[in-house]
Ligand binder design. Structure first.
Ligand SMILES: *Cc1c(COP(=O)(O)O)cnc(C)c1O
Length: 385
C-alpha cells in the first residue's frame, strides 16, 4: 500500500544534500579515497572520565527505570552551577532548567508549545534546518531573516516588517553560528531582547557551540539585563564533550517557556536515561579535556587554512565552531562547486544553499577530521581552483 504523507510533512523542504550523498556513495563504491568535510559530528571520542562515570552509573538499578521528563534535580543543579561559573548567570534549577534528549529535541518541540497556525517564527537563513522544519510541523510560518557577510552574519533587526513582528511568537538565533561560524556581540543581544519585549515574542538562543571557541569565550544571551523575561537558551553536551551519540542537552531561562516545553515533552518522550544524566553531571562539574578539544580544533583550523593559503585560496579563520564558511569561487553556484570538488578532488563539502536560500554563494567545511587529512583535503581543493 502507498500511504500519502500528511500535509504538514509534505510542506517540509526536500533534502538538498541527496544528490551529493548519492555522488559520494558512488565514489566510495568505486574505491576512491573520499575525504568528508561535510559532517558536523566530532570525530574524537568522549573523554575517558565521562565514559567511566557512565559505567559506574550503569550499575545503579535505580537508573534503569523511567526518568523524569525535566531531568534529575542533581542534573539541573549541575547545569545551574555551570551557568553561574561560566556566564555568571543565576538559574533556579527547579523552574528555569530542563534536561533535553539532545538540544535538537528541545528546539524541535518549542514551536509546538507556543505557535498557533498563522503565527510567525523568525529563523536565521542560512541556518540549522530544525528551526524551519519544527515551525512548519507546528503549523507556523517561518520568516527567513538573512545572515549577510556585510552584517557580520547577524540578522538585521530593522529589516523585519512590522506586520511580521506583530505576529511573531519565537525568534531563533544561534551564536556561535552554524554554518557561518560568526559570533554575536552584547549590543546585538540587547537589541534583540528589547525587540522581543516590545512585541512580546520568545527569544530562543541555540548555544550548542558556546564552548567551541578559539579566542574569547562567547557570551550567553541570559547575561543581558532582563533577558530572562523573554529568553531561553539551548545548550548541548554534544559538541563540548564529543557526546553527539549520547543525546543530552538542556534548555534554560524563562520559567513559563521551560514549563511549556516540559508539557510538550510529557506528551511525547520520557526524559533522558539517568545514567547518561549522571555522566553529564560529571562532565559539567569537571569539564574534562575541554581545553584539549579546543586546542585540537585550533591546530586543525590553522593547518587547514595555512595549506589553503599557500595554494592561493584565502579563507578567514573562524573564531568559534568547527566550521569554515566561505564564498564559492567566481563562476559557480554552491551546488555546482560542491559537485566539482567531489568529482575532481574526492572531497565532500556542503553547498551553502542547503542551509537556506541566503546560503547560496557559500560553502561549508568542517574540522571534524585529522590534521593530516585536512592538509590532504586542502591540497586537493586547491588543485580544483
Ligand atoms: C549540533 C547542533 C545542535 C545540537 O545537537 P544535539 O546533539 O541535538 O544537542 C543544535 N544546534 C546546532 C546549530 C547544531 O549544529
Amino acid at each position: 500500500m502507498a500511504f500519502e504523507w500528511a500535509e504538514r510533512l509534505k510542506k517540509l523542504p526536500p533534502y538538498l544534500f541527496a544528490a551529493i550523498d548519492e555522488a559520494k556513495k558512488r565514489k566510495v563504491a568505486e574505491g576512491c579515497d573520499v575525504i568528508d568535510l561535510g559532517v558536523g559530528d566530532p570525530d574524537m571520542p568522549t573523554p575517558r572520565a565521562i565514559v567511566e562515570a557512565m559505567k559506574r552509573a550503569l550499575e545503579n538499578p535505580a537508573y534503569h527505570r523511567y526518568p523524569s521528563y525535566e531531568g534529575m534535580l542533581r542534573f539541573r543543579q549541575a547545569v545551574a552551577d555551570w551557568y553561574k561559573r561560566r556566564f555568571n548567570v543565576e538559574l533556579d534549577p527547579t523552574s528555569e532548567v530542563t534536561s533535553l534528549i539532545g538540544s535538537k529535541e528541545g528546539i524541535a518541540h518549542l514551536p509546538f508549545a507556543f505557535v498557533n497556525p498563522g503565527d510567525y517564527v523568525i529563523v536565521p537563513d542560512p541556518g540549522y534546518p530544525v528551526y524551519h522544519g519544527s515551525t512548519v510541523l507546528a503549523g507556523g510560518i517561518p520568516y527567513h531573516v538573512p545572515l549577510k557577510m556585510e552584517n557580520s552574519f547577524l540578522p538585521d533587526l530593522e529589516s523585519i516588517p512590522e506586520e511580521v513582528l506583530k505576529k511573531t511568537r519565537i525568534f531563533f538565533v544561534n551564536y556561535p553560528n552554524n554554518p557561518t561560524s560568526s559570533l554575536a556581540n552584547r549590543e546585538f543581544f540587547e537589541g534583540l531582547i528589547k525587540l522581543a519585549k516590545d512585541y512580546g515574542f520568545i527569544v530562543a538562543h541555540d548555544a550548542a557551540y558556546s564552548e567551541i571557541y578559539y579566542e574569547n569565550p562567547p557570551i550567553s544571551v541570559l547575561e543581558i539585563d532582563g533577558a530572562k523575561d523573554v529568553a531561553v537558551e539551548f545548550h548541548s553536551l554534544s559538541k563540548t564533550f564529543n557526546m553527539t551519540g549520547w543525546r543530552i542537552g538542556m534548555a534554560v531561562g524563562n520559567p513559563d517557556v521551560i514549563r511549556g516545553l516540559i508539557k510538550v515533552k510529557t506528551n511525547i518522550d520520557s526524559g533522558v536515561f539517568e545514567a547518561i544524566q549522571e555522566a553529564a553531571i560529571y562532565a559539567l562539574e569537571n569539564e574534562p579535556e575541554t581545553d584539549e578539544i579546543r586546542l585540537r580544533y585550533k591546530r586543525r583550523r590553522d593547518v587547514f587554512i595555512e595549506v589553503l593559503k599557500k595554494n592561493g585560496f584565502d579563507v578567514k579563520p573562524p573564531k568559534a565552531t568547527f566550521y569554515i564558511w566561505t564564498p564559492v569561487p567566481e563562476g559557480y553556484d554552491s551546488i555546482s562547486f560542491a559537485k566539482r570538488v567531489l568529482e575532481e578532488a574526492n572531497v565532500v563539502i556542503t553547498p551553502g544553499v542547503g542551509f537556506g536560500k541566503f546560503g547560496e554563494g557559500y560553502f561549508r567545511m568542517t574540522l571534524c577530521i585529522s590534521e593530516e587529512r585536512l592538509e590532504e583535503a586542502a591540497n586537493r581543493i586547491a588543485k580544483v581552483l
